[in-house]
Ligand binder design. Structure first.
Ligand SMILES: [Zn+2]
Length: 193
């Protein structure tokens, strides 16, 4: 084979290689969480070690240095530990989203009627322009602040332009020039926005 043929062959395999890489990355990510001591969990783009403390106080969660401490009732099973942590995540995300949505409502001159946080398998967010309703994926609380803000801008821009056409992209370029990098970071995890 000459150089050119080799190049063409390699290029034809690139797509396949990318897909395999994603698959492997996702397999790593999808290792189910057990909510046990020293397990790695994420918050705002940083990794933390989980520390489970059994005490008989009402459950609460705190960040101490590089640890997420979850205080749970004695004997709390995995489902209970999971729900205590997820409730905390939900509250944190709500507190992060409120000011971000206000900020971008002003910048884009749009109004969000209501928004909610859901656990979603295949989307980072979604917008129903008709009702001005927006949903955010709970997993966003684990991503960097830039990525979270990108999804807020993305969904609010949908109130100006419903589809992902050139006008949508131009608005994203104008208001959040970093959007492609953020999309790349998030789509490495294969969930769409
Ligand atoms: Zn979209």
């Amino acid at each position: 084979m000459n150089q050119k043929k080799i190049r063409v062959f390699a290029l034809s395999k690139l797509d396949w290689i990318r897909k395999q890489r994603l698959k492997i990355r996702n397999q790593v990510r999808e290792k189910p969480l057990k909510y046990i001591n020293q397990e790695t969990h994420y918050f705002r783009g940083h990794s933390y070690q989980l520390k489970v403390l059994e005490d008989n106080k009402p459950p609460f969660v705190e960040l101490v240095k590089n640890e997420i401490l979850i205080h749970v009732p004695t004997g709390a099973d995995m489902e209970k530990r999971r729900s205590i942590l997820n409730e905390w995540y939900q509250k944190q995300l709500m507190e992060l989203l409120n000011p971000l949505i206000k900020k971008w409502e002003l910048k884009l001159v749009v109004s969000v009627k209501r928004f909610s946080i859901r656990s979603m398998k295949s989307r980072w967010g979604s917008c129903t322009p008709k009702t001005h309703g927006i949903r955010f994926n709970l997993e966003l609380v684990k991503k960097s602040p830039e990525c979270l803000e990108y999804i807020v801008v993305h969904e609010l821009v949908h109130l100006l332009e419903a589809s992902h056409n050139n006008r949508f992209k131009a608005l994203m370029d104008q208001f959040y020039p970093n959007w492609k990098l953020c999309r790349k970071e998030l789509n490495g995890l294969q969930i769409k926005s």
